[in-house]
Design a protein around this ligand. Sequence first.
Ligand SMILES: NC(=O)c1ccc[n+]([C@@H]2O[C@H](COP(=O)([O-])OP(=O)(O)OC[C@H]3O[C@@H](n4cnc5c(N)ncnc54)[C@H](OP(=O)(O)O)[C@@H]3O)[C@@H](O)[C@H]2O)c1
Length: 259
Amino acid sequence: MFTTIVSADPTEFSGKRVVITGGSRGIGAAVAQRLLDGGATVVTTARTATDETPKASTFIRGDISTPAGVQAFAASALGELGGVDIVVNNAGAARAYLDGISSIPDEEWIDALNLNYLSAVRLNNALLPALREAGAGSTIINISSAAALLPSPPLAHYGAAKAALNVYGKALAAEVAPAGIRVATILPGNVSTPGGDAIRQNFADAMGVPLSDLDTNNPLGRPGDPRDVAEAVAFLASGRAQWITGVTLNIDGGELPAI
Ligand SMILES: NC(=O)c1ccc[n+]([C@@H]2O[C@H](COP(=O)([O-])OP(=O)(O)OC[C@H]3O[C@@H](n4cnc5c(N)ncnc54)[C@H](OP(=O)(O)O)[C@@H]3O)[C@@H](O)[C@H]2O)c1
């Protein structure tokens, strides 16, 4: 049996100002809670707060799928925090098109790019001056997906957007490294969250099997817990990862086959 809860050093992120998109539930909420437990000050955004949204975070309602939405959120977050040290671009979503790639409408490709890729580019652009001011040690973490490396036809638009995020993260890491800013990209596999479970339920329904059947092939024997991803974010955002940048890290229980 796995233990996914570790006790956080309550001072590790003391004084750190954190911005997290999609922090209302799922992976984003777990990341927010993990960094709060480490002593950080956290601002999150989503279109709707939920019971999972950490109470100790500041929640700013917003839609980051548009340039104006990102600008509004960046301004509010900086106003709230007075600066920023850690940015976690986590918001994302996908709709599965079970009839295959040619059934994915043009606007869905655009939506997927706006939410899963360009929201991160736009938010990082808006926050980079403040990150540069914060100086060496500040960190950007982009949440991508295993779908970027192992795409399925019904989620081709989503996988393509996340693959773009991987490439962008590598380029950004090279550009900001001289300022001591680090960039990491995390690729979760199947993690049990409201959004992830809803997508997988589509596939389970199409196959006529229960959702739990989809997780039986995971080498470590279970789907991910959002806290598994949050631990990786906490490590990569911490001083313990001070010589790590430009990486893509799979957090998937071994789901992606070795190449
Ligand atoms: N769970 C998995 O198996 C899995 C696997 C690979 C990658 N990921 C990635 O991990 C990240 C988190 O996913 P999750 O599984 O935790 O999903 P989730 O439970 O659906 O949570 C997604 C979060 O993003 C927010 N969001 C969505 N659209 C938004 C918008 N337009 N503006 C602002 N916020 C928005 C949601 O809130 P609102 O809807 O209220 O706005 C919510 O807070 C995503 O980038 C996802 O692609 C997840």
